[in-house]
Ligand binder design. Structure first.
Ligand code: FMN
Length: 183
């Protein structure tokens, strides 16, 4: 395997260092399909246990569904705030933890723990490897989005079962899928 040319290597490191979790400053310009395809294609190049590629990406452009998801996240945010000591709760009140409505689209990244059947190399001994593979795909997506000038933030203020049920009702998400990330 040959090393990248110096300019390419530096570009890679610039992207790695420039990636940020973005929660503000979104504009409502739609993300065009070509850029989105490049970003999703980058996610698909991630390594995966037994090359099972257990991920799927649900692209949510509909503001209605994102409103419903934002309401779920808001409930969890309030629950978390209640659990904090007063000083931490005050600091948390001023913290931005999501931009579900402000972003022009959301991407739900799921893990199919059954992908490719029962005999996936490496997953039998360590089932969690499927979800770890999906986390790698998320990172690829995040970096490729940064290269495109698209802000991405990871929102984990969800009760996974509530979220999966909502996505099942609204977009038919199969219920054996696990939600790994909302971006
Ligand atoms: C698994 C995971 C879950 C995260 N969940 C949230 C979240 O719910 N809300 C949020 O504002 N940031 C979330 N973040 C972003 C982290 O806060 C952020 O990555 C960290 O502060 C470092 O900042 P950077 O990504 O800009 O380098 C999450 C990041 C990861 C990797």
């Amino acid at each position: 395997m040959s090393a990248l040319q110096p300019g390419d290597r530096e570009a890679l490191h610039r992207v790695l260092h420039a990636r940020r979790d973005v929660r503000s400053g979104f504009v409502d310009t739609p993300v065009d399909d070509e850029r989105l395809q490049r970003v999703l294609a980058a996610a698909h190049t991630a390594p995966s246990v037994g090359f099972s590629q257990p991920w799927d990406f649900l692209v949510l452009r509909s503001p209605d569904i994102r409103d419903e998801l934002a309401a779920l996240a808001q409930e969890q945010r309030q629950e978390f705030a209640k659990s904090l000591p007063a000083a931490r709760a005050r600091a948390f009140a001023g913290l931005r933890v999501e931009a579900i409505r402000e972003a022009p689209l959301g991407i739900v990244v799921t893990c199919d723990p059954t992908r490719d059947g029962r005999h996936v190399l490496g997953r039998r001994t360590q089932p969690r490897m499927a979800a770890h593979s999906v986390a790698g795909a998320v990172q690829n997506l995040w970096l490729a989005a940064r290269a495109e000038g698209l802000g991405v933030g990871w929102v984990s203020f969800f009760d996974e079962r509530e979220m999966a049920a909502l996505l099942g009702r609204r977009v038919g998400m199969p219920q054996h899928l696990e939600v790994v990330a909302y971006l």
